[in-house]
Design a binder for this molecule. Structure first.
Ligand SMILES: Nc1nc2c(ncn2[C@@H]2O[C@H](COP(=O)(O)OP(=O)(O)OP(=O)(O)O)[C@@H](O)[C@H]2O)c(=O)[nH]1
Ligand SMILES: [Mg+2]
Length: 327
């Protein structure tokens, strides 16, 4: 057990031990997982936690849930280069955005709490696919137990605001809701010591087509400027969607790398997606473990270097780099 785990970890562990239902077990384990620092020394522990979580999910699914609608568990399997979830108050246009961008079918209606389940869809951005997940409103009844789990598991939060209403209170309500589950936004370090999970976030001001929306957008943008990226959209008119796609990609903080072996052409339609800051070694490992172990040097074509320049294993790659691996 790594010695530097914060007290929240042990609190969650205690809740895990006392938990009676698989759902309570999962909630506690998910929290422990999110607190556990990610490095080589915790690899095994994290894998064990994941296995336990998967076991309880299976158990929970087998159990009949008659009359316990609110306690159903949902876990949205990640696909593509990253998972961004839409979060916000009712009727802000989350479902309409997801359906317009991804073609997924999620019900859109002018009454609140239309969405009851997470609905995933795939968004194209240039040559990659990013997963968007439509979620129920944070104030929807019967979701409080599983919604935080889905959010904890996401790579990026998209906080959707209705620009026909006062915008700042909508964002603050979402931040407050997240804080209840100890989920913090790194750009917003209030009560940092209470948080157990940190999530990147982007704010979407939707319904920019409506009357008065431009003024509310100005207020929203100037208030959060420098803390969060803020983007305006109209899901109805399909406006601002290109900026949104690019904004989501940027906020995910990933790079696209094209790996090749000597003598062959890179496949420029099918990049490997890595975290920003990844090195030549990470790229080699993503192809195959042995590639990483045996990598002697790499050659890079791309933005940061002259074409074909030889680099070491720890060379930090940039979005769009082509890398030739020499083993
Ligand atoms: N004018 C305008 N109306 C929009 C826009 N996007 C969504 N709407 C309308 O706002 C209402 C709510 O849209 P939904 O997509 O169902 O909202 P939601 O956030 O998914 O709502 P819940 O699932 O209840 O949380 C519907 O009547 C939509 O047609 C937009 O860009 N402009
Ligand atoms: Mg909805």
């Amino acid at each position: 057990m790594p010695a530097n785990l914060p007290p929240q970890y042990y609190e969650a562990e205690k809740r895990y031990r006392l938990a009676k239902t698989p759902q309570e077990k999962i909630e506690a384990l998910e929290e422990m997982f999110s607190i556990m620092p990610k490095h080589k020394g915790t690899d095994r522990l994290r894998a064990e936690l994941r296995t336990k979580i998967a076991k309880f999910y299976e158990e929970a699914e087998k159990r009949p849930m008659v009359g316990r609608k609110g306690s159903l568990l949902y876990y949205v399997k990640k696909e593509g280069a990253g998972q961004a979830v839409l979060l916000g108050l009712p009727s802000t246009g989350k479902s309409r955005l997801v359906t317009t961008i991804t073609g997924a079918s999620s019900q859109v209606a002018d009454y609140p709490f239309t969405t009851q389940l997470p609905i995933p869809g795939m968004m194209e951005f240039e040559n990659i696919q990013i997963q968007l997940v439509d979620l129920p409103a944070i104030t929807a009844p019967n979701v409080s137990s599983w919604l935080p789990n889905v959010v904890r598991n996401a790579d990026l939060l998209l906080v959707v605001v209705d620009l026909t209403q006062e915008p700042i209170t909508q964002v603050e309500a979402t931040i407050e809701w997240l804080a209840k589950f100890r989920i913090g936004l790194p750009q917003d370090s209030r009560r940092a010591e209470e948080m157990t999970t940190w999530k990147k976030a982007l704010i979407i001001g939707n319904k920019i087509d409506a009357e008065g929306a431009a003024e509310n957008y100005r207020i929203l943008e100037s208030y959060y400027h420098g803390r969060f990226p803020v983007i305006s959209t109209s899901a109805q008119r399909a406006d601002g969607l290109e900026q949104l796609r690019a904004g989501i990609f940027r906020a995910l903080d990933v790079i696209r790398i094209y790996t090749k072996v000597p003598g062959q052409k890179p496949d420029l339609t099918d990049p490997v997606v890595l975290k920003r800051g990844s090195t030549a070694l990470d790229a080699a490992e993503s192809v195959h473990k042995d590639f990483g172990r045996n990598l002697r040097y790499a050659q890079v074509w791309g933005s940061g270097k002259f074409d074909g320049q030889r680099v070491k294993r720890d060379y930090v790659l940039q979005d769009g780099d082509v890398i030739e691996l020499h083993i």
